[in-house]
Write a protein that binds this ligand. Structure first.
Ligand SMILES: Nc1ncnc2c1ncn2[C@@H]1O[C@H](COP(=O)(O)OP(=O)(O)O)[C@@H](O)[C@H]1O
Ligand SMILES: [Mg+2]
Length: 360
């Protein structure tokens, strides 16, 4: 487990707990924002620490973009506190926000590059706004293009680039002013899976090399799973679940999280799901395990249980950020419940989880 995943401040009451990990780059306390009758943010509290990658996931309309726009001062909350690098920004006037925005880089789904400017001019643009001399701007732009693997495209125009290359330019531009924080709003949503992977790998590399703090919002679970340290699930303007990526992916607690994850996890086959009830000859159980439980021991215990007339009906062993995560569904005759309870106790002692879903 890395040092970030122990930091888990999602609700204002936990702000009083002693802080663990690095310094805070972002702190939100009870942030609220509504648009007429629509409550977009309904009391968001969260902390992001230096060097951390926080993924914020939620369905369309959950409030993700509003949240990220509040972070860079494009949107003003109705109430609550937004603190960036120790400085409260929610009350700042537009003019006072300008220097702050330079501390925050942003990348977008549709790249937002200027089509009339070359790649190097796009990357150098934030530095022009800062008033840096041309030679320094270009030197910095070339350094960044090298970082994102596009040195040979400095003189090209955006229209000559693929989607993935455009996003690399977007990333280089976002880094130009050496931001403390990088915000990403669905930055890979317009890209194919392979390009998405290469962009995520680049973001992770930048995070490691520069120690850059990243907040990325997405509706794609795979994005979070690939690069985030921690994940917050937002639904109807509230954070409903939060934790290390491993723990949330291995054992989601909220229905919304389970539903967002449904494409990524094994689920009970339809023919059993539809018959599931409170009576029947067999019990159906799910088993979730993560890391620690020695696989040989698990399969030995499972085989011993299934030997009592049970069967393995569905499941998979997968890896999340290098750690094995498994989910299985089993059935066992209802009169063998004691055997199932024995397995449950063994699993529980090993930090794994068995849940009886019902009868079929
Ligand atoms: N400028 C706005 N005017 C009116 N309603 C808005 C505005 N921005 C966002 N909303 C509403 O707030 C809710 C959250 O939107 P948004 O933050 O864009 O969600 P997401 O990015 O998760 O899809 C939605 O119901 C959306 O329609
Ligand atoms: Mg959005």
């Amino acid at each position: 487990m890395n040092s970030h995943s122990v930091v888990d401040i999602s609700h204002s009451q936990s702000l009083a707990q002693p802080s663990l990990g690095g310094e805070e780059v972002v702190r939100l306390v009870d942030v609220r924002r509504r648009f007429n009758q629509t409550v977009a943010l309904d009391g968001i509290s969260l902390t992001v620490r230096k060097g951390e990658i926080l993924g914020i996931i939620g369905r369309s309309g959950a409030g993700k973009s509003t949240l990220i726009r509040c972070l860079n001062g494009l949107e003003r909350p109705d109430s609550g506190e937004i603190v960036i690098e120790g400085k409260r920004i929610d009350q700042l006037a537009e003019r006072q926000l300008q220097p702050l925005r330079r501390r925050i880089g942003m990348i977008f789904q549709h790249f937002n590059l200027l089509s009339s400017k070359t790649v190097e001019a796009n990357v150098a643009l934030p530095l022009k706004i800062e008033g840096l001399p041309r030679s320094e701007r270009l030197a910095r732009a070339h350094e960044l293009l090298d970082l994102v693997g596009l040195s040979d495209k400095a003189k090209a125009y955006p229209a000559q680039l693929s989607g993935g290359q455009k996003q690399r330019v977007g990333i280089a531009r976002a880094l130009a002013a050496r931001p403390a924080l990088l915000l990403s709003d669905e930055a890979t949503s317009a890209l194919d899976p392979q390009t998405t992977r290469s962009i995520l790998a680049l973001l992770k590399e930048i995070n490691r090399k520069l120690g850059l703090t990243i907040v990325l919002i997405t509706h794609e679970m795979d994005v979070v799973r690939t690069i985030a340290d921690r994940v917050a699930v937002i639904d109807a303007g509230r954070i409903v679940e939060e934790g290390s990526v491993r723990s949330v992916f291995a054992a989601p607690q909220q229905e919304i999280t389970k539903s967002l994850l449904s494409g990524n996890r094994p689920h009970l086959p339809e023919h059993l799901q539809t018959r599931l009830g409170s009576s029947g000859n067999s019990l159906v159980a799910s088993i979730d395990l993560i890391g620690a439980y020695g696989q040989q021991q698990f399969f030995a215990d499972l085989a011993e249980t299934l030997a009592h007339g049970g069967s393995l009906v569905q499941g998979a062993l997968d890896h999340i950020q290098g750690e094995p995560v498994a989910r299985f569904f089993i059935t066992i005759p209802a009169d063998q419940q004691a055997i199932l309870e024995r397995l449950r106790a063994k699993l529980h002692a090993a930090g794994a989880h068995l849940e009886v879903l019902g009868h079929v």
